[in-house]
Design a protein around this ligand. Sequence first.
Ligand SMILES: NC(=O)c1ccc[n+]([C@@H]2O[C@H](COP(=O)([O-])OP(=O)(O)OC[C@H]3O[C@@H](n4cnc5c(N)ncnc54)[C@H](OP(=O)(O)O)[C@@H]3O)[C@@H](O)[C@H]2O)c1
Length: 257
Amino acid sequence: MKLKDKVAIITGGTSGIGKATARLFAEEGASLVITGRRSDLGKTVEAECKAKGVRCVFVEADHTRAEDCQRVVDIALAEFGRIDILFNNAGIVTSGTADTTSEEIWNDTLNINVTAVWRMCKIVIPQMKKQGRGVIVNNGSDWSVVAGKNAFPYIMSKGAVGMMTKAMAIDYAREGIRVNAVCPGDTFVDRWTEKGYFEGSGAVTKEEAMKESSEYIPMGRFGKPEEIASAVLFLASGDSTFVTGHLLLVDGGNTAQ
Ligand SMILES: NC(=O)c1ccc[n+]([C@@H]2O[C@H](COP(=O)([O-])OP(=O)(O)OC[C@H]3O[C@@H](n4cnc5c(N)ncnc54)[C@H](OP(=O)(O)O)[C@@H]3O)[C@@H](O)[C@H]2O)c1
């Protein structure tokens, strides 16, 4: 019960890494506010977490909207009275190169992957200052520290998450607020099997994806959402009290190459 009596907001808790983190945080005793736009999925995660014996509220929210971000925090405070942990997880994957990226894709990517992270921090940090403590974990990527092909807007956004994490860690270190990023390598989530998720691709089976990854990831497989959630728990819990401004790579050795 590493998060007993802690209150956590998890943005984008409807699927993938956010859902796995919500489940793990619930097992560790946290009270939870989870968010996302797909309320059917969000309600299911809420029920799963409650079944583990903790309080959990799903808030339907689009974090590209400032008013939705504020509403999420207001609900968290009204329900639980404090915010100990903010996991800025909501994000989208986009592809393209500098010259093929449209204004629309650029703005869509920045709005959720960068601006929403800053906005949630901006709203939550005053409360954490008041409390004299708090932990923020941002979801970056291995592309927060290295680049790759044909993912220009996404890489640019995740690079920004990395520097935002470091800058905030320095600014709030003396206020008892730790800010770190988990930086997952390729992690198999359900959405990957959806048709068209990867530009120009059809539906991808888990087996096909796993086969492809065995060629370039040193550990020979994609990560699992639960493995990223474990790293988030480390950064969010009392196991990492002297860790701030850190980008924790969880990538099967991908960036060691
Ligand atoms: N999977 C990987 O290989 C990998 C690697 C590195 C980093 N990451 C990062 O991990 C994070 C989670 O992604 P995932 O892989 O778990 O994929 P996912 O299953 O697609 O999860 C994305 C989550 O973000 C939410 N979201 C997206 N746009 C939103 C918006 N405008 N407002 C509110 N919520 C929004 C989605 O909820 P709704 O659709 O319900 O709104 C969903 O819960 C992302 O930041 C991603 O960049 C993933």
